[in-house]
Design a protein around this ligand. Sequence first.
Ligand code: FES
Length: 105
Amino acid sequence: ASITFIDQSGAERVVEARDGQTVMEAAVINDVPGIDADCGGACACATCHVYVDDAWREAVGAPSPMEEDMLDFAFDVRPSSRLSCQIKMSSALDGLRVTTPERQG
Ligand code: FES
């Protein structure tokens, strides 16, 4: 499934993710800038913060309570904020669009 990452300048990068791979893993493997992922996907660092495109927010769903707590540590949190290591890719999310924040942490 494809994911489009958009940075703060509006530049878009499209990557391919396997089913079950997280959005964070797809970013790291493909050298997408703006995702630090210091904890390696354990929902313990909040440096994999992204904004989910409005059109995709329902399909992606809401953060878990644990993710919600960790998001408190992220920079410039918005209603569309998610930790990308907690979003698992599937064909249902093919074409997902997320924006990376100005900075992590
Ligand atoms: Fe650390 Fe997502 S990689 S919370």
